[in-house]
Design a protein around this ligand. Sequence first.
Ligand code: ADP
Length: 413
Amino acid sequence: MAWPVGYFFETWAGWALFCVGLCLQMVPHFRSFARLERWSRAPVVDADLESEGAWDDVFARLYRHEKDLRGQIAERDHRNDMLIAAVQALTDGVVLLDQQNHILFCNTTAESQLGLLGRTDRGQPVVNLVRQPEFVAYLQAADFARPLNMRSERNDDRVLSIFVIPYADNRRLMQIKDVTQADLLDRMRRDFVANVSHELRTPLTVLAGFLETLLEIEVERDEQQRYLGMMSEQSARMQSIVQDLLTLSAIESAPPPEDSIVDMAKVMDKLRRDAESLSAGRHSIVIEADGHVDLRGSETELVSAFTNLVANAVRYTPAGGTVSIRWHADAQGAEFAVQDTGIGIDSRHIPRLTERFYRVDRGRSRDAGGTGLGLAIVKHSLSRHQAQLDIKSTPGIGSRFAARFPANRVAGL
Ligand code: ADP
């Protein structure tokens, strides 16, 4: 239009019209540009981001690009969150350290194991927060072929095993395992082997001594008989220790006890006969039994536990005393109890009585033919039947050992 106006009318009018037209053409471009400029300051994924003409394509591409980018970032954040959640869920502690052993990250397990605070301790040298000398020396020596085992500074009962694994650019990943249970088992195993060796060594030394004497010296026949008697006593002692060890190990490795019915009337009768024969008339044996209820479980294990309790009552009760064996049931379950009027036990020993080879008076136990394994067998057999062992005792008055069975172990309630 500007050209005919300039040609037929005034040239300036043509140019003026041309300029006005150009300006009008530029308006939408300026508007789109301003919109782009505003958007670039705070890009948002906005499906309404559209414009006219060529700008519409540009905005559509920008929209798609921004949307893809946002999607990728959201997916990456989600993956990061999942990774952190997985590391947080680990039952092992995890601490990430930089080249100078500054904390980059630690999970909640590590926080509670080492007393760290993930948020505030980030960036701190780990040795400023965990100051145990063995830990500091371990990190400084930088020989991570073996883990470091140490007691927790916060809780002396816990034993921690620390593995340091170098990764990316000499950073370090510290993995902290709580090995308290394994350490305890290991200590128990070592103590057990030491105890067994000690228990067997004593009778073996006596036996070897007598044998040597008999081989080297001519002894009178009477003396020889006395020696042989003592040797036979010692070998019987070794036999009982080995027998009790075998019983314990059989119970430990056996599958859960079967559910067969154990006839308690028969068991009580056997226990009475055993007690009378062991007592040889020195004690009065009292039996009280609820004849209508029986037990469900392994007869061998239960009889072995009850026999041990009865034998102890007879062995630790001086002549003239009474041993009462009771079996009764109520709505909650049933109880087997052995009560004696014997020497009793000081309360400080009671929590340890069921430990293997624990004896209040070693000499007395040995003289009474004990192995120190009886109550360990009792506790094990009872716990396999979900029963609790309750011990009450007063020195000089007597003791009561009771096995309490839950209702589901009792037949005929
Ligand atoms: P032991 O073979 O030595 O009797 P146990 O494990 O059966 O081993 O018992 C552990 C210790 O508990 C015994 O050495 C004894 O000191 C004490 N004890 C067990 N039963 C009684 C009891 N009825 N009266 C007094 N002390 C007992």
